[in-house]
Structure formats: structure tokens, C-alpha cells
Design a protein around this ligand. Sequence first.
Ligand code: MRU
Length: 337
Amino acid sequence: MDWVEGAVEVIDQTVLPGSVEVLRLTAVADMVAAVDRLAVRGAPALGVVGGFGVALAYREAAGDPARLEALLVDLERARPTAVNLARMVRRVAEFAPQGFDAVLGAALEVRDEEIAASRKMAARGADFVEKIAAARPLTVMTICNTGALAAVEGGTALAVAEELHKRDMLEEVVALETRPLLQGARLTAWELSQMGAPHRLIVDSAAASVLASGLVDVVLTGADRIAANADTANKIGTFGLALAAADAGVPFVVVAPESTIDLETATGASIPIEDRGAREVTSYPFAGTAPPETKAINPAFDVTRAELITAIVTERRVVDLSGGETPTGELDHEPSK
Ligand code: MRU
């Protein structure tokens, strides 16, 4: 993802793994549509694209503050659960009074910070996993897509798996396909094969029994928003995965940048959960997967209660939830587990 000659360029994630196509977004409406249909997705990537979106909005508003504000609202509401989007839109928008170059500079800074954060999360997360899991090499289970596509470069949970692979400590990644839009099958399996990391795909409903079988040493997931009490919103199915991991005695580790921690949201109960409508459930990947009149429930995310999470790894710290810590303070000491 980058700002190239006056436009935001992103890989169109909807056509992967069949083809790799780059979208050039030159207007806020195009960006909002791309975000809405998940052409660009994943919490850190949404923050970065939102920052670039402010540059588009500034140009489109042509000095009209009311128009700029309306465009910013369109951008920040494109997806409500990942806090990164609205947070970075508002952070970059603060530079509007200083002109376009300042806005674009702030957006590029957001991008660079997320890239740096990914690198640090990969190393810190791999160190942490080495510490808490005895098996060598390790089998990692993950859900949705948390690799470079979701975070510009590197990623979060998948970056940790990649780092374990580089350290020759990865047996395999067990990736959940992640219904309804199959981010695990389409994107994570693609990224894992790009990195040459061994992996197998499972249907989401196999996760509990695979965990119970003892195959998996650690579950690694990303996050869309982490509340002050560490309740964590992530892709639908993450909560069930955490319950199954707890039942099987497998550590459940969330890997996310500080930019995903929202201390203004006290608990998971206040996190807005995006409802994406029936069509993805009844008609994806093709029309007719269910009778056309079928109603559906399609929350895109769920909330995993803090008590089910072993630890949160960020670019700056490990928050040891199993040891009673919460994300509210800066912690530098080693986790107890
Ligand atoms: O609906 P998506 O594909 O945007 O959901 C993405 C996730 O749930 C990811 O796990 C999360 O954003 C973290 S990405 C590093």
C-alpha cells in the first residue's frame, strides 16, 4: 500500500489468490467502496489507508471545511469495529490546517510506524511464544488474515509465525478458512505459501476438535479493537477459538499494535460490531449457496473476553493477562508465564 503519484495504491484483496491486481484510489468514494467490500482490510492496514484517505479528502474538499468534515466522516465510518481506521483518520486530519504536504506527511508517518511496529511484534511475539510453549518445532493455529496484506508489511499474528519459520521453529500453521469471506483460505494460505511456510487449512468448525487432539501448541490471532480491560474484538469465530483453546489448555495469544488498543472503550460490551448483511452468508462465494430468500445473521467480528486470553503482544510490550495485567499501563517487565 502506498501513495503513488496522487493516488493510493492497494492490492485488491477480493481477487486473491486468483490474481494480484493493484487498485488506484483517487477519490474518497472509491476508497470507502474499496474498504466496504474488503478490497483493503485488516486493522493496521485500515489505519494506514484511512490516513491516506485524509489526503484524498483534503484535495477533494478544496478548502471547504464542511466538505472536508463530511468526507472524513465517510471514511471513518466505512468500517466501525477496527479502531485503527477512525483513529488514524482523526490523527492525520489534525494536520489539515497546515496544508496538503503536512497531511500527506502525517499519513506516511502512520504507514512507517505500522511497518516498524510489525517488525517489532514479529520478534517480540516469537520470543514470547518460545518462552511459553515447550514443543520444538511449534504448531501455530490462526484465524482470518493477519499478514502483510492486513498491515502493509509483515503483519501481526502471521508475522510471528513467519518469524518462527525463519528461526526454524515452525512445524506448521493450521489456518482456519474463516467464513464467510474466507480470508484464511484466500489470503493467509496464499501468504504462507509465498513465505514457504508449511501450513494446512481447516474448516472453521474443525478448530475445536483439532485443538482438543493436542496438535496445536499456541493460538495466535490479531485484533480489531482491544478494550481497556483487554476484551478483544477480532474476526467472527475468534471467541469460539479462544473457548476451545482454553478447554484444550492451549495458550491463546493476541498480537496487535498499540494503535489497536482503545483505552477509551472500557470493555468489549462497548465495541461496535459490524453487521455485514445476509448476502455474504447466503451468496458467497457464489449466488445460490442458500435459497435466495434465506435470512442470515452476519456479525463480522466477535469479542473474546480478557480471561480467555493468555497475553497481548504489541510492538512495545507483552501484557500478561494470565498474570493479571491489563493494557492500561506501560509495562516493561517479563510476563509471568
Ligand atoms: O473483516 P476483516 O478481514 O478486516 O477482519 C480482519 C481481522 O479480523 C484481523 O484479524 C484483524 O484486523 C487484525 S489484522 C492484522
